[in-house]
Design a protein. Structure first.
Length: 295
């Protein structure tokens, strides 16, 4: 009995579902937005289906990242195949069980969202497996923006009976936010990916990677402002607002003395330990504005 319980615990840890909780939230966000924040009896089943998908995406990634993850102590501890606690065969079999279970439940309970669910499974699989979109510059961010961004959101919309045409702007915002998250992870793993020979967008861009990061950040913030201020939808206001936002968020952080040398902002241990912590402000802003959309 103890052995079985330990094995179950190992498989649960293998899914790294806590690392993917943000992507589960994106799908729930879509569902709640379309349902008018009605907590229906079917919501727990929807949540379970989404968890199965996110767990599959992380589990299959572990299977194909075992070689590179074994080179890093931190990543080796998270990848149970790389650490030797699970075999590759067990990892793949468990991943396929997760995918099939999610597919079956979706087909039976949420058939109108089945096409999107299958699309998410396929994209997340090939993100890690050959041709391995994760190692193809630009394709890594675009695929992530789809399978861990806009598609889970639209899946939630459809499962709640919503019309996806009514959520075009916020879908665009979520797509860029997912690209932003992916590129931020690439920046944090830059040296590791470069040494492991993984050609992510950040590795490919080299010294230009920070500029792209803040560019993505600027585009995302523009869409956030548009969500809370419909006036931005007009061409004139959008142009003015876009320029101002790019200036504040996308251009000033590069070499601005006030931002990077200001003691309160970047030498305050509570707020920041490095310049990338600035990006967490964007995460907080995103959560607040998305939350306002639900309410």
């Amino acid at each position: 009995m103890n052995t079985t319980a330990a094995k179950v615990k190992t498989f649960l840890k293998f899914t790294r579902i806590l690392d993917g909780k943000g992507y589960v939230f994106i799908a729930i966000f879509g569902y709640l937005l379309a349902s008018g924040f009605r907590v229906e009896t079917i919501l727990p089943i929807f949540l379970f289906v989404v968890i199965l998908y996110v767990a599959f995406a992380f589990a299959i990634n572990n299977c194909y990242d075992m070689d590179t993850d074994s080179m890093s102590r931190t990543k080796r501890e998270k990848n149970l195949i790389a650490s030797g606690k699970l075999s590759l065969r067990e990892g793949k079999l468990f991943s396929y069980v997760l995918a099939f279970s999610g597919f079956l439940l979706t087909a039976l309970i949420f058939p109108h969202g089945l096409v999107i669910y299958v699309s998410m499974l396929i994209l997340s699989y090939f993100y890690s497996a050959p041709p391995r979109l994760k190692g193809i510059p630009v394709a890594d961010m675009l695929s992530h923006g789809l399978f861990f961004g806009i598609l889970p959101f639209l899946f939630g919309i459809l499962c709640a009976g919503g019309n996806i045409k009514e959520y075009v702007l916020i879908s665009i915002s979520i797509f860029f936010y997912s690209c932003f998250l992916e590129f931020k992870n690439h920046l944090e793993d830059f040296e590791y990916d470069r040494d492991a020979g993984v050609k992510t967008s950040a590795v490919w861009l080299g010294e230009r990677r920070r500029h792209v990061m803040y560019g993505l950040c600027a585009i995302h913030v523009i869409t956030l402002f548009m969500l809370i201020n419909p006036v931005f939808l007009t061409v004139e206001r959008f142009t003015i607002g876009g320029v101002l936002t790019c200036g504040i968020v996308g251009i000033l952080p590069f070499k601005n003395k006030f931002l990077f040398k200001n003691k309160f902002l970047f030498k305050n241990k509570f707020l920041f330990k490095n310049k990338l912590r600035y990006l967490r402000v964007i995460d907080l802003l995103t959560v607040i504005i998305y939350g306002l959309r639900i309410l």
